[in-house]
Design a protein around this ligand. Sequence first.
Ligand code: PLP
Length: 452
Amino acid sequence: MLTTPTRSINLKTEVPGPQSRALHQRRTQAVPGGLGNATQIGVARAHGALIEDVDGNTLLDFVGGIGVLATGHTPLAIVEAVQQQAAEMLHLSALVGTYEPYIALAERLNALVPITGPNKTLFANSGAESVENAVKIARAATGRPAIIAFEGGYHGRTLGTLSLTSKYGLFKKQFGPFLPEVYRAPFPYVYRLGGDEAQAVETTWQAFERVLVAHVDPSDVAAIIIEPVQGEGGFLPVPAEFMRRLRAIADRHGIVLIADEVQCGFGRTGTLFAIEQTGVEPDLLVSAKSLAAGLPLSAVTGRAHLMDAPHLGGIGGTYGGNPLACVAAIKVIEQIERDNLCQRAQGIGGIIRERAAQWQREIELIGDVRGLGAMLAIELVRDRVTQEPAVEETLAVVKRCVEHGLLVMRAGLYSNCIRLLTPLVITDEQLHEGLDVLGDALAHVGQQMINP
Ligand SMILES: Cc1ncc(COP(=O)(O)O)c(C=O)c1O
């Protein structure tokens, strides 16, 4: 049942409508089928937390370009700054010369990351590309080959990062062989390890220590890479105690600790970087997504002596740190600070958690609600005791939400989580309106599961 009047969502046709379906049909002819797409909606324009599709329907966006739009679609100050920069210089390449926005943004990030300086920053275009750079930097700095990554981790789709990424069937099938010297440790997935965080940390830590005996010696390990909140894995925050133990073991053995904050960084979790909430300093931090409001930009920021390890010419690329993207990112940081978007992320998270707790009491389908700040996921199960993943039901919830004007997307090792990544500029009214649609879809699908 809808509990607030619909104000933002305005549907003039069914969703996806005829124009969307026609565009999608062209897509199937022109673009390879391996490029996944969560919906068949064709989008004409977008602003704030709203998108307008090619049929003239207005939908609420709880996906935010997969966590890219903390500052919302087309934020005015950012658009204006990018337009101005476009008229002055579209591209130079940092391999050719120096332009002020690249340096200004590097200086800002060096000061903002939770790493005691001096720090340095290298820019690239995508999250995957910066993860690749972080691995190269760690290898060059330590002279060691091995990398430890985690079950459920996602670090990108290039061949190097795919080697670090987990979830074989969806991401890795047919693309091997992958990088050697990548070792995988279990992740403290509290919900699926019995629900007790301290116990989950103990179990997972024992497994981690076993990896260092049975699979690789610490003296061969260049880096441990971890998402402080796993994204594609299902929005699983790393317990602070587990992160502290990683830090301690990295210190003991001279291993580089890399925080992959591509999805959880830039205000999403209620602090600029999620790892801040564990009190642990990484050595290198990778950011992307909401860093530049939709322009392709990613960064590796970290301790200067590590960042300086690669030889001259060993890192960089034609486009990395493009002037438009750097200008956008400088404005993103300004907006996050000016509008207190980290605090707003906490507020959004609070509202969602309250509504979701009520749903969880009423709807058996909901196994777990978790996350940090405004990075929240709802895990759906067919049975709360066996925790059998409700995969088809998750798809059905997404489909019903989209049909009713709310964009949501799946996540999770078992593809059974609804992930919520609303723009942080969403209003309370819009948030509740979207949550009404989501609650209705969960109740509907949950009811169908009971009475198929
Ligand atoms: C934690 C994490 N790392 C890396 C990536 C890869 O980023 P990109 O898709 O920009 O290559 C992603 C993308 O979702 C991510 O969530």
